[in-house]
Ligand binder design. Structure first.
Ligand SMILES: C[S@@+](CC[C@H](N)C(=O)[O-])C[C@H]1O[C@@H](n2cnc3c(N)ncnc32)[C@H](O)[C@@H]1O
Length: 261
């Protein structure tokens, strides 16, 4: 059953992380007697692997920016390119500021910023109540005092001139995109957007031009082919000093602008 190298690697990781086996037990003393409880967990693991469930969901754990986040199928699994976004913020903002992570999901962006900057006040908003429940679990597990999950349809519940910094990794995959076939275990609300993937991005940029303080910064993650059009939407909504950051494949994936009304 464990016929591919990738599954074997995941299985060994599972034995260590979930069942607490050490290298000696796995590689040398291979005749260990399994408890019934462990047998059940191994059977469940094999079934989930067969169904293509991502390892992070099986382990209920995802490593992101030095921290272990609880994850399950209610939230997107945090991606490495999003760590680049967090890194940018942690290296460019020093004085106490009020931050919004719009579409917080597991809370990975907002919580990583809050933990590195205890003098920031960070809000993490999401429309999905399920996702917010996970953000609350991570707030509790990681003992984050300066991060507050809040239910909101993008920025609609916030008043004008409210934040110094808004960051978002919104859903940006267009309906019917073939990549979605590989992402069936992750929530649709976290992935898909109408209008060629731009519906939510347009909403966030437009609303940010009111909810951000003048001079404030908007940071948005987007698809590999969206940087030009996202730049145009920033410009139409009074953002200037627009730059982008490339991902590990050197593709522009994050756009940053300053509001100058
Ligand atoms: C791509 S996921 C990002 C999750 C997390 N920030 C991350 O980077 O892993 C997008 C998030 O936006 C949320 N979302 C979708 N539509 C929304 C809306 N109208 N208002 C607020 N959040 C929304 C989804 O529930 C999801 O958690």
């Amino acid at each position: 059953m464990l016929d591919s190298l990738a599954i074997k690697k995941d299985f060994i990781f599972f034995l260590k992380e979930k069942l607490g086996f050490n290298d000696n037990e796995i590689y040398i003393n291979q005749n260990i007697v399994l408890k019934n409880k462990d047998k059940t967990l191994i059977e469940k693991f094999l079934k989930q692997k067969e169904e293509g469930v991502p390892l992070d969901y099986i382990l209920n754990s995802s490593k992101f920016y030095e921290y272990d986040f609880y994850v399950d199928s209610r939230v997107l699994i945090p991606r490495p390119e999003t760590e680049i976004l967090v890194d940018y913020i942690n290296n460019h903002f020093l004085s106490p500021i009020k931050v919004l992570d719009a579409g917080t999901g597991s809370g990975c962006i907002g919580i990583s910023i809050a933990l590195k900057n205890p003098n920031f006040k960070v809000y993490g908003s999401d429309y999905s109540k399920d996702a917010l429940d996970v953000a609350f679990i991570n707030k509790k597990n990681l003992l984050v005092k300066n991060f507050l999950p809040i239910r909101a349809n993008w920025l609609s519940c916030f008043s004008e001139d409210c934040f110094d910094l808004i960051v978002s990794n919104p859903p940006y995959i267009s309906e019917g995109d073939s990549h979605l076939d590989e992402l069936i275990h992750e929530p649709n609300i976290a992935l898909v957007s109408k209008d060629s993937g731009l519906f939510h991005i347009k909403k966030i940029i437009k609303q940010s031009s009111k909810v951000l303080k003048n001079g404030g910064t908007l940071v948005i993650e987007h698809g590999h082919d969206q940087s030009e059009v996202v730049k145009e939407i920033f410009e139409k909504n009074y953002f200037s000093k627009i730059i982008n950051i490339k991902d590990l494949q050197l593709i522009p994936r994050i756009t940053i602008g300053t509001l100058e009304r």
